[in-house]
Design a protein around this ligand. Structure first.
Ligand code: GLN
Length: 569
């Protein structure tokens, strides 16, 4: 029997509804329950692939190749599990499906209408995602009062009627502003949000009050009276130093036990937060490690910037927390390094260098110079996706003497196309119909014996056996494993790219000492390079994948862990 927790927001968006939802999930997990999470995005786009300028900033990628908004990333990071793309619902998908069904005659001559067909499709999608779990959290994007939320709120009421109120609760997350000219925390917007929700026949069971500071007794009482709910169901959630502290703070208010009680359930396990708490504490303390992240988004402005690589930032924090260190990420505009030698030399002042994923030619020469500098000066280096491709370009040019070697993404006429789109790949992509020309989602990589990568992935190899089995049993997804060789240690990492290392040059790179420490063998036997490393270097590792999508606080991504460890030394 699945129980549902619907989370909706009031007053304003951007107050951490996603991380609060994820935190509630984490708490219930700690009480011994199986939890999953669904995100509803009420926009008409089919997915986030088109929602954001695809070639800017970060799009979350799921194991099964979904390109999704960041919230699913928060759920995965908190819950430590793989969440499939179907757990993200958009209005575009819902209406698209209903129209498709109508065209196929699936409604048998009925008049297809907003009610019941749209809420029915929403419920069907949610039930599919919830199957097999004790709890399914449903986060409704935007805020109460948005016109586009109406179908979803209606669907929730309809779900409630089907399963009974005892199996569904509503959590309203609001914001209490403190206007600077009166310096007083105002509850009125929250009262209005409550009213808007009740207009849909929904009375919140819990109200989580986000604000700069904790809620005082007077205001708690006000909200409690207005909403007619138990005072202990008004939960205060003030600003904190790190998002990972939210579950701990909610637990101080006994939110987990209160939710279980609401469902008439008992804890199945005694929560143990010791490890989590220790990690959270070291995020803001610990030895300071300064990492240079050379990217191309710097000119968009500081805020966009941090968000552009949100998963990379998080993965660095996870790794550092596990090593008792604190990460300081310094953004360096790749373009600045193109000609300026003194800016390049300043890289010496950092503990390590990261080149994250990216697209297009902007800042590429600067990134290549930074990689060369790290290689020659024994500075720890981690390359992610484009970062690996450009490390190969750098090695080709400066170690193998291939003048002007390049990726064909930047120079289609280069004499040495060391990174290129493989001709057979285009064909395979078309057959699999996985959107445009991208290699998307998790792919298996077999690791080379005695490599640094293999050592770093030791524990993940065990964990990934389950994921491999899952793909093996799914005929639509088994292509992700490719041809697995017996006895080879195998891991799965997520991808989002078009170009590959050109196999034609691999022998040449190997001859000069570059080790290809992991590769994927496609069903047509083509070998796609997944990892590179330089054995003599302190830490020079790069991957075609995005390991940042598989990192969590309690289980940091191996390559990030190794990188931060090298930085500490
Ligand atoms: N632009 C490169 C490609 O398409 C790398 C993409 C990335 O870094 N995600 O292959």
């Amino acid at each position: 029997m699945v129980r549902y927790i619907v989370v909706a927001g009031g007053v304003i968006s951007g107050v951490g509804k996603g991380v609060t939802t994820a935190s509630i999930g984490k708490i219930l997990q700690k009480y011994g329950y199986r939890v999953t999470s669904v995100k509803i995005d009420p926009y008409i786009n089919y997915d986030a692939g088109t929602l954001r300028p695809t070639e800017h900033g970060e799009v979350w990628v799921t194991d099964d190749g979904g390109e999704i908004d960041q919230d699913l990333g928060n759920y995965e990071r908190f819950l430590g599990m793989d969440i499939p793309k179907r757990n993200n619902l958009t209005t575009g998908q819902v209406y698209g499906k209903v129209i498709e069904n109508e065209r196929k005659g699936k409604y048998l001559g009925e008049t297809v209408q907003f009610i019941p067909h749209i809420p029915d499709e929403i419920k069907k999608r949610i039930n599919d995602s919830a199957k097999g779990y004790d709890f399914c959290l449903i986060e409704i994007g935007g805020t109460i009062g948005d016109y586009e939320n109406i179908p979803y709120l209606f669907a929730m009421k309809s779900l409630e009627r089907e399963i009974g109120k005892e199996n569904i609760i509503y959590v309203l997350i609001t914001y209490l502003p403190v206007p600077s000219h009166i310096e007083e925390m105002k509850t009125k917007p929250t009262q209005q949000a409550i009213r808007l929700l009740t207009e849909h026949g929904i009375v919140p069971d819990f109200i989580v009050c986000r604000a700069k500071n904790s809620l005082d007794k007077v205001r708690k009482k006000k909200i409690e009276t207005y909403a007619n709910i138990k005072s202990e169901h008004v939960i205060s959630e003030p600003d904190i130093d790190t998002i990972y502290r939210i579950p701990l703070d909610l637990e101080k208010e006994k939110m987990g036990l209160k939710i279980l009680k609401e469902f008439g359930l008992e804890p199945r396990a005694k929560p143990d937060w010791k490890k989590w708490k220790k990690l959270v504490d070291s995020i803001s303390t610990g030895k300071n490690i300064k990492v240079a992240m050379v990217g191309k988004y710097v000119d968009i402005g500081d805020f966009t910037l941090a968000d552009s690589y949100v998963s990379v930032n998080q993965a660095l924090k996870h790794a550092a927390a596990n090593l008792g260190a604190k990460i300081e990420i310094v953004w360096i505009d790749a373009k600045k390094l193109e000609k300026d030698d003194s800016a390049l030399k300043e890289l010496k002042n950092y503990n390590g260098l990261i080149i994250p994923g990216g697209f297009g030619s902007s800042g590429v020469e600067g990134k290549i110079r930074a990689i060369g500098f790290a290689r020659e000066n024994d500075i720890p280096f981690l390359g992610l996706c484009y970062g690996m491709q450009l490390a190969v370009v750098e090695f080709a040019r400066n170690v193998c003497g291939m003048n002007n070697a390049n990726t064909t993404e930047v120079d289609g006429k280069t004499k040495y196309p060391v990174i290129d789109i493989l001709p057979t790949q285009k064909k395979l992509m078309a057959e699999n119909r996985y959107g445009g020309t991208m290699r998307l989602g998790a792919y298996a990589a077999m690791l080379k014996d005695d490599s640094k990568v293999l050592t770093l992935y030791k524990e993940r190899i065990e964990e990934d056996k389950k994921r491999i089995a899952r793909f093996k049993n799914n005929k639509d997804e088994s292509f992700r494993l490719g041809l697995l060789e017996k006895g080879k240690k195998t891991v799965l990492e997520r991808h989002r790219h078009r170009y590959e290392v050109n196999p034609k040059y691999i022998w040449k790179f190997e001859e000069k000492g570059l080790v290809f420490s992991g590769f994927h063998v496609r069903k047509d036997k083509a070998r796609l390079m997944e990892f590179i490393e330089l054995p003599e270097h302190r830490y020079f590792l790069a991957t075609q994948a995005h390991p940042e999508f598989k990192s969590s606080l309690t289980n940091p991504a191996p390559l990030f862990y190794g990188f931060v460890k090298a930085c500490i030394k």
